[in-house]
Design a protein around this ligand. Structure first.
Ligand code: FAD
Length: 346
């Protein structure tokens, strides 16, 4: 989705959400197993999408601005780790402001939690030489994957303007990475069209150029109407975009925050959902409950319809994502009879 929004997950480091007798033992065994697995085989995301019978679940986090936020982030990761995500990702703040922090958090998640973690990376405020320096650092740290983005204009700036000696579009960044580095490359896709695109057709044409430059997989901007995703995938395929397209889903937890995010990225809130949220405007708990129920149904339909995975915009919180993924793993909508009849998407 993009830039950081302050948030925080309740809970303590080391707390096992499936706690029962022997939970600490199970938690530490889980840790050892995932670390061993991680140490034995670093994960290239392009090689795991569609490789097994199950979809690829991933969780996005942002670098917090305060020590307390950081503590909450690692508590959320600890709580989400037992869900065995295929990978997690860490955003790159506006203006490249979190460069060091993004790389530090990605390294820590890989080393301490045994999870594959991917850094987001943008062209904002950097010359090509500076972009290369960061990519060299990612290589040195042993990263296997990178999400290549243009980035948004820094706060207070309406128009996108490229940095002198820098890059204009993400396709150029993809080209740079593909030319000189070994990373698996992800990029952004916009089912409801990028907010500053001149038209849906032009946006899709630029997406094709970007994928042809060397993108291995795409992750979409958040959306609340699955028809937008399915239609987008069909249009992309018709144009020859062949990379897997993983839908990005935001579990709604807070109405004011939802409106802020939706206005920043242009996501459409369907009328029915807006009505139900308005009806609960004074009841945060009821909003969060509806958010989980809505996102669970949304994900189930996407997976039954052939989406290759789900990327969750967690906002550094664990409860909603944990509930949704737990239910999905239990009911496995991608194996339902409905799924067998669906045309493959994603
Ligand atoms: P591009 O692919 O360069 O496209 C940007 C715009 O330019 C589009 O309107 C496109 O149609 C147009 N365009 C592309 N090529 C051309 C061309 N040759 N000629 C004319 N127009 C063209 N932002 C952050 O700052 N940090 C993050 O960590 C971050 N993570 C994200 C993660 C995901 C999954 C997503 C979906 C978005 C994320 N963003 C992040 C937001 C993203 O950086 C913005 O949406 C940005 O405005 C567009 O990035 P892009 O890589 O799609 O840009």
């Amino acid at each position: 989705m993009g830039d950081s929004l302050s948030g925080g997950a309740p809970g303590r480091i080391g707390e096992n959400p499936q706690a029962g007798c022997g939970a600490p033992v199970r938690a530490s065994l889980d840790t050892i197993v995932s670390r061993l697995r991680y140490d034995l085989a670093n994960v290239r995301i392009d090689q795991i999408i569609g490789a097994g019978p199950d979809p690829v679940f991933s969780f996005e986090f942002f670098p917090p601005k305060t020590p307390e936020g950081e503590e909450n982030l690692y508590a959320a990761i600890e709580q989400l780790r037992p869900l065995d995500p295929a990978y997690v990702s860490v955003t790159y703040g506006a203006g490249g402001s979190t460069r060091g922090k993004t790389l530090e958090i990605v390294s820590r998640i890989r080393d301490e939690f045994g999870l594959e973690a991917m850094a987001h990376f943008t062209c904002v405020g950097a010359t090509v030489e500076e972009l290369r320096t960061t990519l060299d650092e990612m290589s040195r740290l042993g990263f296997d994957n990178v999400l290549a983005l243009r980035g948004d204009p820094p706060a207070g700036q309406e128009e996108w303007t490229k940095t002198d000696g820098g890059l204009e579009y993400s396709a150029e960044l993809v080209e740079l990475i593909r030319g000189d580095y070994e990373f698996a490359i992800g990029a952004a896709a916009f089912p409801e069209t990028h907010i500053h695109a001149t038209s849906a057709e032009e946006d899709l044409r630029h997406l094709k150029t970007k994928v042809d430059a060397g993108v291995d997989f795409l992750i979409t901007q958040l959306f609340f109407d699955n028809a937008a995703y399915f239609e987008f995938v069909a249009r992309a395929r018709a144009l020859g975009v062949d990379a897997p397209i993983i839908p990005g889903i935001l579990p709604i937890t807070n109405v004011a925050q939802l409106h802020r995010i939706a206005s920043l990225c242009g996501a459409v809130i369907p009328d029915g959902l807006r009505r139900e949220l308005d009806a609960r405007a004074d009841d945060p708990e009821a909003v969060a409950e509806l958010g989980v129920a809505y996102a669970t149904l949304q994900c189930a339909e996407l997976l039954a319809g052939g989406a290759p995975g789900i990327h969750f915009y967690t906002l550094n919180r664990s409860p909603a994502t944990r509930a949704i993924v737990s239910a999905l793993k239990l009911l496995r909508p991608w194996e339902s009879p409905l799924a067998a009849n669906a045309a493959p998407a994603g």
